[in-house]
Design a protein around this ligand. Sequence first.
Ligand code: SAH
Ligand code: SF4
Ligand code: F3S
Length: 469
Amino acid sequence: MKNLPNMKDARKRTSETSKEIFLSNNKSNKYKGNKYYIRTYGCQMNVHDSEEISARLENLGFIKVETIEEADIVILNTCAIRENAHDKLYGFLGRCKHEKEANNPNLIIGICGCMAQEESVVNELMKHHPYVDIVFGTHNMFELEDMLLNKMDEQDIRVYSKEGEVYENIEYKRDSNIKAWVNIQYGCDKFCTYCIVPYTRGKQRSRHSKEILKEVECLVKNGYKEVTLLGQNVNAYGKDIDDISFANLLEEVAKTGIPRVRFVTSHPWDFSDDMISTIAKYDNIMPYIHLPLQSGSSRILKLMGRRYTKEEYITLFNKIKNTIKNVAITTDIIVGFPGETEEDFNETLEVVNTCKYDGAFTFIYSPRENTPAAKMEDDTPLKVKEDRLHKLNELVNKYSKEANLKYDNKVVPVLLEGVSEKDENMLMGYTDTMKLVNVKADKKYIGEIVNVKITSVKSWSMDGEMVNE
Ligand code: SAH
Ligand code: SF4
Ligand code: F3S
């Protein structure tokens, strides 16, 4: 079967409200005892989609394994946000191809996620990677069972470029029994000029608040300690379906009694005063906000289509800082957007100096197929962009370390999630402000929010010990 993506259709937006579809789940023993390996790139949304894919595979009898060599099926859930995603995909495919040819001719290779929504990628897979068995997109993960139950000899490609529906009744095989992702909104309509997400994920569409609350209540009942509400632009939640606002949704989620509520990502443009006061009002809404800046130059922000100026961003930033006690704020910044001058870049540094972020993800601009920015003139040499990134990172790291140092010797609440990666005698968890802490504590406290005294602060994490057991 071949249903191929089309970038022109992916861009379309009609005024119709999205359809809500309740899925029924497909169970079968066809693959009982077979093994699956899944690798995920990209944002939290992809991580959460992989939890859905895992549930679908397990419903067919597959068991999860951690290496390609043990697997009967490998699934690669891809991200398209920057060009280097391509190298990752083809590097990984090389390994799978070798495994299939050398050791396991029956290995099923599947590609999904945001790159599968790209026309050029799918064409490349058809032309040069015939050993890839199945390709499905971000709008139809529910078709995976059908693709496997009716497995074809030829390459089965099912990708739809459309605005998308809202699915309910999705089963997840969650990676954690302590923290859970909860989709509140799919897609994006912001069309920032550099970004591919509105094309790969479709129209911005909200789930009904009653379905979201039902899911959170169920998580509370099952002992979950934290939920993170997911969307590309969560503060636009509800506007497309005439449901409650994001501030009200946050409040309702907080009232379920879940110990910790987080959300990601908020766009500075829709960030309302109501949101700020709701976050300040509820102790179980975490004082941590990821507020992407992208650039500190109003001229570049305009070219990016971000809909705010440097001054508006700083005003919002200060309002958040002044209203929410102990809030931590992190950001995303792109350097080397087409036409960015040294002056524009210095304005970005200036905003970083003003905001003194707790942390920042920084990127060199990467042109993406079919986006408006990819057609803009870009005469800044890569070397200059790399120097800017380096300079920016030094400043970002300085402030991040400064922010962390404020925690030295303080006692802070940490949700213990499991054994630390760097030391098996320690546990790890996050503060309410999303700082990673390695903690000396008994394993029986995994899953609990405990008080931790910070004993040393490093650039990317802190060490501490549990107090008042
Ligand atoms: N919805 C979120 C961002 C999701 S993508 C928001 O609007 O903030 C995560 C980050 O990747 C973006 O914030 C941006 O900094 C970066 N990014 C997106 N497209 C990019 C591109 N073409 N080149 C480099 N970085 C990009
Ligand atoms: Fe991309 Fe902008 Fe949408 Fe974020 S808001 S996903 S950067 S288009
Ligand atoms: Fe990547 Fe798609 Fe997320 S492009 S950042 S996985 S929405």
